[in-house]
Write a protein that binds this ligand. Sequence first.
Ligand code: ASP
Length: 330
Amino acid sequence: MKKILLIGTGGTIASEMGDNGLRPELTSEQLLRYLPDIGQLCQLEGMQLLDLDSTNMTPAHWLAIAGEIRRCYDDYDGFIVAHGTDTMAYTAAALSYLIQDSPKPIVLTGAQKPISYETTDSKQNLRDAAAAACSTLCGVTIVFNGKVILGTRARKTRSKSFAAFESINHPLLAIIQDGRLVRYIQPSSATRPHFYDTLDTKVSLLKLIPGTDPALAAWMLERSDALIVESFGVGGLPAYDSGDFCDVIRAGLEAGKVVVMTTQVANEGSDLSVYQVGSRLKGDLPILEAYDMTTEAVTAKLMWILGQTKNRREVERLFYTPIARDILKF
Ligand code: ASP
């Protein structure tokens, strides 16, 4: 029988109603008591790492989760991380870079309703996560509402429904039906994972609205090692009568900052070559382009890359190197 470690980090799944709303209370051992029959599927052990609403999650917590998995890696056949849904896609992306090529499953799950509620998705999601963690599905995934989503491709797209997550610009890896994994894709893995333990957290994100003041980008660039600009459609930067965004971005690049252009449209990614507002950048400035990567993955990938190197060529090489199928079109 497979031996699986359930790492508790908080989230709705472990929450109870307090005076000011839901807050994480239950440990992973307490979560397991709601699933008395799970022992028929696998030997599931609980450990409590964090007690957070995932709104309060930071990159330091991603490192703590990756560190715990690294510490216990040889003792278990698979791992489940019980996590709040709100920032789960960021944690899944971060773990995909911090633990690469894992031959063992590392499954994140959570719920939209606490496990103690009569109507809840917690128990089904935990059972499905256990089924995935016992399988040969390697690498980092999110298991939620019967879907198995690659860790670099997940996004929370619904704030209340059980169908909270989607896979962006990539098919589902599998679905789980009546406790059985129906697999569509098997990601590749190595015989041993590569663990990393450094992140550069000075990465920021600017979502453009019509009329955004370019001075905001200048302010963010001053305080960051990398700036992600979520532009419109396939991508471009505005030039207003009052100032051109390109000038600010050029100054940031000259100061050694990394700039990544992406889109605020959920599906199909960027292509700066299509319109003049985008192609003038690509021809002129050493910016990077996200193409089909999610903003969550771009954020975590930049933190991982800049944690290792600030050399512009090496940053560019690593950014465009596909890791856990995070970028396919470029
Ligand atoms: N606010 C909660 C969290 O992210 C929401 C959830 O878990 O669904 O921790």
